[in-house]
Design a protein around this ligand. Structure first.
Ligand SMILES: CC(C)(COP(=O)(O)OP(=O)(O)OC[C@H]1O[C@@H](n2cnc3c(N)ncnc32)[C@H](O)[C@@H]1OP(=O)(O)O)[C@@H](O)C(=O)NCCC(=O)NCCS
Length: 155
């Protein structure tokens, strides 16, 4: 079975908040941020799985701070664990105000994707080999989150 490091598929995606992305107060809409996070997570998942992946669930999403028109958004996505046909991606979104030059964590979530073959059947994916202390921590916690989801969907 093929094994891959988290760094082999990690993704950094950048955007600038434009008027069309905001509410009437010029604050970035949550749905727009989730869309950008989903794309970063999908690129990450598909790079690891080497197949098309679909979003199965978006967990523990939180919006900690607002971003406004003109802010630069940086989205970081990394595989935390690959299971059999599914994999979990940690996604963090940061905003930078060009005047204050300060970075803020504005959103964080865990996305689960399932890999599909050409016939849309689920397919076994490569295992993940965590390297760093934080990757090993994320790897352990991913199983706890998966067990919680499985428990919730069965009850
Ligand atoms: C995601 C999807 C492929 C799962 O199909 P399924 O037949 O219910 O899946 P299974 O019960 O056989 O489980 C397959 C894997 O997916 C995981 N999974 C299924 N539903 C899940 C969920 N809601 N959350 C997390 N993981 C899930 C299972 O744990 C299993 O993982 P493993 O093989 O790594 O152990 C299917 O529900 C689907 O196609 N959903 C629509 C996806 C989509 O279009 N997303 C875009 C947004 S609309």
């Amino acid at each position: 079975m093929k094994q891959k490091k988290p760094s082999a598929s990690s993704v950094i995606k950048t955007e600038i908040v434009c008027p069309n992305d905001t509410n009437p107060m010029g604050i970035l809409q949550g749905g727009k941020l989730v869309h950008w996070m989903d794309i970063a997570a999908a690129v990450c998942a598909q790079t690891h799985a080497e197949h098309i992946c679909v979003t199965a669930t978006i967990n523990q999403i939180s919006f900690n701070k607002s971003a406004i028109i003109g802010d630069i958004i940086t989205i970081k996505a990394k595989v935390t664990r690959a299971f059999i046909t599914s994999l979990e991606i940690k996604v963090e979104a940061f905003s930078r105000n060009i005047k204050s030059k300060k970075d803020h964590l504005i959103g964080k979530s865990y996305f689960v994707f399932v890999a599909l073959d050409e016939s849309k059947n689920q397919i076994t994916i490569p295992k993940l080999l965590p390297q760093t202390k934080s990757e090993i921590e994320d790897y352990k916690n991913a199983l706890i989150r998966k067990n919680k989801i499985n428990g919730a969907t069965k009850s």
